[in-house]
Ligand binder design. Sequence first.
Ligand code: AMP
Ligand code: MG
Length: 462
Amino acid sequence: MFAFDNSYARLPERFYTKMGPAPVASPAWVALNEGLARDLGLDPEGLRGAVDVFAGNRAPEGAEPLAQLYAGHQFGGWSPQLGDGRALLLGEHVGPTGRVDVQLKGSGPTPYSRMGDGRAALGPVIREYIVSEAMHALGVPTTRALAAVTTGETVLRQDGPLPGGVLTRIAASHIRVGTFQVFASRQDTDALQTLLDHAIARHAPEADGPLGLLRHVMGVQADLVAQWMGLGFIHGVMNTDNMTISGETIDYGPCAFMEVYHPEMVFSSIDQFGRYAWKNQPDIALWNLAQLATALLPLMGDRAQAVEDATEVLDGFRGLYTVAWTRVLGAKIGVVDMALGHELLDIMAEGQADFTNTFRALTVAPETARDQVTNQDRFDGWFSRWRAAAPDQGAMTRANPALIPRNHQVEAAIQAAYGGDFAPFHALNAALADPWQETETNAPYRRPAAPDERVTHTFCGT
Ligand code: AMP
Ligand code: MG
């Protein structure tokens, strides 16, 4: 089924715990991502017949399931041991797109489960499926969803019992900033060196040593966060264990796309102080990269010199980010003029504008963009200056989607699924697969939430 070659399983034993998934009562399909399966060189028919594999009831040939160890800073506080508490890496599939991790999420308890049950409720499985696939269609590096199944079991959550689910996640790898941190905090320099070599071989073969890897991760993360910002995406839980070395978006817990634009917007119910607000994301990325740099110091020789060198490299982040953000915002307004771009964002914040629909209106029917804001006088002044700058419509068309996963639609799909109806989930997925044009079928998904439909809080995917 998969063409496994499990390089992570060949790393030293202290990198993981080898163990199989805990079987579930009664697996049933929610979705198989046939397009992704084909891209990976897998036969959708064959996968379709193997629901037991995607529920964790049977290990596919060549799998060497394991729970990965990591640590991390969560909301700025240090957690010395995290790890896959409800996930298992089945193995690494090598196909036409290269080497990818195949991971089950919701596959049962592991030594890293802490107080958790190792399971996932169906809702978060559906949320991750929808939003990660939408991210991919929007052109943003992300982990993917290959499959979602129900387990026939219930899990207990705050709101009571909920149907359980398992997601099969595909990723370039699951190596996180927190994977480096765990070995640094244990002063296990050998493991750190082994992880560095592994990560470089996998993600940055051209990188020279720890500083080379740091530079690489800074580059991919600057690009990634700039893309998030340009779509109004709020990750919600940018802890160091949720930041990949590959530069893919990972962990779709309390994430959300903004509708009404405000730079200080936060959705996550556990983000009390707005640490991971939209506008803070570039700074948080840098903060996380500084943790990566700190973890790499023991591999950089003389301590004082290493600190100086790492600091110098980190100082380059703001420049990298500014270049990436200039490209993104410049494409969104079709003019590479940051003063003009930021003024529009100001007007949008003051004018209660829908983030997606304002940029899209400016792209497809510019005069109608003024209807998106309440402060139209201020908008008109901006608009004539923007027009005079001869915006590049082509760039705007490629930068401003018609569609993003709107929270109330995602919630509606989840609630319907809890009631046994997966049609809204499939319809939303199908619409989000082509976010770059207005169609009759995607019209309902382009409409912002009415005040009584607004989702103001999102929750971690537990
Ligand atoms: P997250 O907030 O999703 O990044 O998860 C943080 C940590 O909590 C990770 O180590 C997860 O494996 C663990 N975790 C989250 N939910 C559960 C669960 N239901 N059972 C066991 N561990 C969990
Ligand atoms: Mg996580």
